[in-house]
Design a binder for this molecule. Structure first.
Ligand SMILES: Cc1cc2nc3c(=O)[nH]c(=O)nc-3n(C[C@H](O)[C@H](O)[C@H](O)COP(=O)(O)OP(=O)(O)OC[C@H]3O[C@@H](n4cnc5c(N)ncnc54)[C@H](O)[C@@H]3O)c2cc1C
Ligand SMILES: NC(=O)c1ccc[n+]([C@@H]2O[C@H](COP(=O)([O-])OP(=O)(O)OC[C@H]3O[C@@H](n4cnc5c(N)ncnc54)[C@H](O)[C@@H]3O)[C@@H](O)[C@H]2O)c1
Length: 471
């Protein structure tokens, strides 16, 4: 008989928490997951990834954006798109996803305990605030903290849930604003900026840094900026917001440079804060940094060996995909189950309109490491599938080692980018060369054919160089 109620208590039911719980349950362990009744599935399902990606899909479909190349600039699936049109799809998908999470936990015998968890000692979690106000206390041999993050709110800004909003509240807007200031050009800011711009809203993006999405390929970021400017987005880089004044019908955002920007609404997407302040960390022997994040070792173990932390609460890369694997690996480590480390090669997908995705090295990284490479490019407009889909701006770029012809990086912009990237990831993961892509037959007409076109482009350039060198 164990001295504890559970072998594992997981705090937070987002991607990290879910996978930690299910991995432990599959090993025959007794597991409880604690989360608020209305947050099953975490930030991912309720306020973050799933709503934003469904909203994007609804915007993309209803605005007819992807078909305008074929049917003209005035093409729309629906003339007056309302917030209700957009939210109907979003709420439907959230509801389904919550059910999927509940069913998966239930059929694996994981107990879902409603409320907020707080340590009272290193092995005990008190749970308060269930739907009927119940309180309970659970003990566990191991604990996984997967409490994620919430939007960071600068203290000097008055968020009013109507005109000055964070990225959670943007989902409860009661109408599509005619103009919007987006503060912060991180991934969240740019994804929402592109959605509102596609809806015909005049968007101004204010970013204190000189550039946006610095980790991406600059050529692709330029293409995105070009597209967004074309949709009436204004960028203010190197500018800091110092004040937001709210009137009855509008807001005015003041920048440190003295500029003032009127807009119907303002959305803050200026980073996120770890959800650790209400966890009673002091009773567990833990401390968080000033952004609420917890430090872990290579096995996701905190400084208290039986307490693990996974997902956004441990910081970079703060993605749903990585959080899931961290949760699984934490549970395996706790219960001594052998597991491989995660592959170092991880993709990035940015669901702007149009979307961006990449995997592997960027040109800047290769240049600074003095690794010689050649570029192979395919433009969607030269692919039959690109023409059929009406995507004339998309592109795929391969970075190929001129020394051993290995694929070093793949960067995609346009339709299907976040799926297409995985072909390049698989080739790179297996140490493949550009010749594999040249020698492989792709379905025709597909966007995947871009790999072949880009591979031929790269090999033509490498051959030209080889001929020059040998003559
Ligand atoms: C707008 C937006 C868009 C995003 N888009 C993408 C994307 O396209 N792709 C991608 O990979 N990632 C995306 N992300 C990031 C992704 O959502 C996160 O990486 C992921 O949700 C983190 O998972 P997690 O396991 O840390 O838990 P989270 O999903 O953050 O959930 C944490 C859970 O813990 C609960 N919790 C907190 N404190 C307590 C407590 N004391 N007791 C009990 N429960 C508690 C919360 O209620 C919440 O349900 C996006 C995020 C946002 C905000
Ligand atoms: N597609 C995806 O994978 C996806 C989508 C959305 C979110 N996410 C995750 O969510 C995390 C958080 O995203 P985020 O965009 O909120 O955070 P972020 O920290 O990446 O970006 C915030 C930006 O706001 C700027 N900023 C802060 N204060 C400002 C001010 N006063 N004036 C002007 N600019 C200011 C910062 O310089 C920064 O560039 C990301 O790191 C990412 O991991 C991923």
């Amino acid at each position: 008989m164990s001295a504890y109620d559970y072998d594992l208590i997981v705090i937070g039911s987002g991607p990290g928490g879910q996978k930690a719980a299910i991995a432990a349950a599959k090993l025959g362990k007794r597991v409880a997951v604690v989360d608020r009744h209305d947050m099953v599935g975490g930030v991912c399902v309720n306020t973050g990834t799933i709503p934003s990606k469904t909203l994007r899909e609804a915007v993309h479909y209803l605005t007819g954006m992807s078909q305008r190349e074929l049917y003209g600039a005035s093409y729309r699936v629906k003339q007056d798109i309302t917030i209700a049109d957009l939210m109907a799809r979003t709420q439907h998908v959230i509801g389904r996803e919550v059910e999927v999470v509940r069913a998966q936990l239930m059929r694996n015998g994981v107990h879902l305990v409603s409320g907020l968890g707080r340590f009272t000692d290193p092995h005990t979690v008190a749970v308060e605030g269930g739907p009927r106000g119940e309180r309970t206390s659970l003990t566990g041999e191991y604990v996984v903290i997967a409490t994620g993050t919430r939007p960071a709110r600068p203290p000097e800004v008055d968020f009013d849930e109507a005109r000055v909003l964070d990225s959670d509240e943007i989902l409860s807007l009661d109408r599509i604003p005619s103009s919007l200031v987006v503060v912060g050009a991180g991934v969240i800011g740019i994804e929402y900026a592109s959605m509102f711009a596609a809806l015909g809203c005049r968007v101004t993006v204010v970013e204190q840094r000189e550039r946006m999405l610095e980790f991406c390929d600059p050529e692709i970021v330029e293409s995105l900026k070009f597209h967004l400017r074309d949709l009436a987005v204004t960028f203010r880089f190197g500018e800091k917001v110092v004040d937001v004044a709210v009137g009855e019908h509008a807001t005015v955002t003041s920048l440190a440079s003295g500029k003032r920007i009127p807009a119907e609404a303002v959305m803050y997407s200026a980073g996120r804060q770890g959800m650790t302040d209400a966890l009673g960390l002091e009773h567990a022997g833990l401390t968080a940094d000033k952004r609420g994040r917890l430090a872990v070792d290579d096995h996701y173990r905190t400084e208290v060996p039986h307490i693990y932390a996974v997902g956004d609460v441990i910081g970079f890369p703060a993605l749903a995909a990585t959080s899931m694997d961290q949760g699984r690996l934490a549970a395996y480590h706790a219960f001594g189950e052998p597991a491989n480390e995660l592959a170092a090669l991880q993709p990035i997908g940015i669901y702007t309109i149009p979307e961006i995705s990449y995997c592997g090295a960027t040109e800047a990284e290769l240049t600074s490491s003095s690794i010689p490479y050649e570029i192979g490019t395919a433009r969607y407009r030269e692919l039959a599938r690109g023409q059929i889909a009406g995507d004339s701006y998309g592109m795929l770029k391969l970075l190929v080692s001129t020394e051993d012809r290995k694929l070093l990086g793949v960067h995609v912009f346009g339709t299907g980018a976040t799926d297409l990237v995985h072909i390049g990831q698989a080739v790179m993961g297996c140490g493949g060369t550009v010749d594999y892509l040249v020698d492989t037959v792709f379905n025709y007409p597909t966007l995947s054919e871009a790999y072949k076109v880009a591979a031929l482009d790269a090999t033509n350039k490498i051959r030209a160089l080889a001929r020059f060198t040998t003559t």
